[in-house]
Design a protein around this ligand. Structure first.
Ligand code: HEM
Length: 411
């Protein structure tokens, strides 16, 4: 059945779409009329059966795909759902070394090791240092005269510092690490003037840095998290290359996502003054989750069908790609009352901004929620009169709901 509200040739992963807006009306139309729909794409790519993908838009179906890795594999590239001609075979092979793109049992083995980094105790241990950082970031922004960019002055730093703290990157090396991390994620958007080669070089340098760190600890164990990951004798440990790719993934998965959640959250507060007043008064603990639902920084991920199967009344063929649209699931009226309202007291809030609950569910969720809480508490105290002075400038991307610049003024 054709979907009347979706123009011919419309592709949710066309970077020009997210460059302008999150396609919420188009998602709503599909949820109503054709919740699992084949989106044809131009071009083709080795390894995938057909050019195009199934767009999965309902909350229940996104959860189903996420929780059935035996039917929907992650190993043929999860993170880049975009025009086929942009995907190179080599890029797919390299992506497989990243946890996000592994299937059980390999995924289970690596995840069991790396989740030692994210225990509640480990996250609590970071809290005071991150609070101090958040207070400094907000105080520096308050002291600026005139309008400034919220992204570079406020949202950028805490996510990078949190990752650096998590794995114990020495202070002197942080500027280099931050530079590589930012270059790696920037090349999708021509405005950054960073070529794909520079992005790839930065990734290689970051991996090499992390592999050195691992080799160092294997030779000379210390009482730190890197040693726990690479030199544990009893419960298994990561090889130096696996550690390199783990750090690379943190720099991608934990950096831009949290930065965008913070930026969208600020924009949402400033365009919903009642919610900002409520936040400043009551600081509800439910706010961070609503910010992530509202922002949904990761719009979609991708899986590949391992066998012929059915979903939402459609037959999915083995080898076909399936796009799971968290941004659509997070506005599904079957699950959320008034899904298009920004409501920081929303409770319960079973959003899928951190994933659909399967084996790949975001490992950094508690850290991300902590960072969002810390930064908004600090901003609410230091910059209570913050106001917008321009529209957000959006990132051109196939799957990230990103903002490059958000002009604000302290008073
Ligand atoms: C996975 C979102 C912050 C580390 C994911 C997934 C999503 C996501 C959608 C995939 C889930 C799936 O496929 O089922 C977010 C958002 C964040 C955030 C929206 C911020 C608001 C972080 C942070 C870290 C992190 C701060 C760590 C520093 C990871 C890792 C995975 C992951 C390691 C892969 C887990 C696996 O494959 O087993 N995240 N994330 N994330 N995230 Fe996050």
């Amino acid at each position: 059945m054709p979907c009347p509200a979706l123009p011919d040739g419309f592709d949710f992963t066309d970077p020009d779409v997210l460059h302008h807006r999150v396609p919420l009306p188009e998602f709503a139309a599909l949820r109503r009329t054709e919740p699992v729909r084949w989106i044809p794409q131009p071009g083709n790519v080795a390894g995938f059966q057909d050019a195009g993908y199934w767009a999965v838009t309902r909350h229940a179906d996104v959860k189903y795909v996420s929780t059935h890795p035996e039917l929907f594999s992650s190993s043929l590239n999860t993170a880049i759902i975009r025009f086929n001609e942009h995907i190179e075979r080599d890029a797919i092979d390299a992506q497989r070394l990243i946890l996000l793109n592994m299937d059980p049992p390999e995924h289970t083995r690596v995840r069991q090791i790396v989740q030692r980094v994210f225990t509640p105790r480990a996250i609590r241990a970071l809290e005071e240092r991150l609070r101090t950082r958040a207070l400094t970031i907000a105080a520096n922004a308050r002291d600026r005269s005139g309008p400034f960019d919220f992204v570079t002055e406020v949202a950028c730093e805490l996510p990078l510092q949190a990752i650096a703290e998590l794995i114990g990157i020495p202070q002197d090396d942080r500027a280099r690490i931050f530079d590589w991390s930012n270059k790696m994620i920037a090349y999708d958007d021509p405005e950054y003037a960073i070529t794909e080669e520079v992005g790839a070089e930065s990734a290689t340098e970051l991996i090499a840095y992390a592999m050195n760190m691992a080799a160092d600890r294997k030779a000379c164990p210390a009482k730190d998290i890197v040693t726990t990951l690479v030199a544990a004798e009893d419960e298994g440990s990561l090889g130096s290359d696996e550690f390199g790719f783990f750090v690379l993934m943190l720099a991608v998965a934990g950096n831009e996502t949290t930065r965008n959640a913070i930026t969208h959250g600020m924009h949402a507060f400033l365009t919903h003054p009642g919610q900002w007043e409520l936040y400043k008064r009551e600081r509800p603990s439910t706010a961070a989750e609503e910010i992530v639902r509202w922002a949904t920084p990761v719009v979609s991920f991708q899986r590949t069908a391992t066998q012929d199967t059915e979903l939402g009344g459609r037959r999915i063929g083995k080898g076909e790609r399936v796009g799971i649209f968290y941004a659509s699931a997070n506005h599904d009226p079957e699950v959320f009352d008034e899904p298009d309202a920004f409501d920081i007291t929303r409770d319960p809030n079973p959003h899928l901004g951190f994933g659909g609950g399967g084996p790949h569910y975001c490992l950094g969720k508690s850290l991300a929620v902590l960072e969002i809480d810390l930064i908004f508490n600090a901003v609410a105290d230091a910059l209570p009169g913050l106001r917008l002075t321009g529209d957000p400038r959006r990132l051109r991307s196939a799957w990230i709901n990103g903002v490059k610049e958000l002009r604000v003024s302290a008073g």
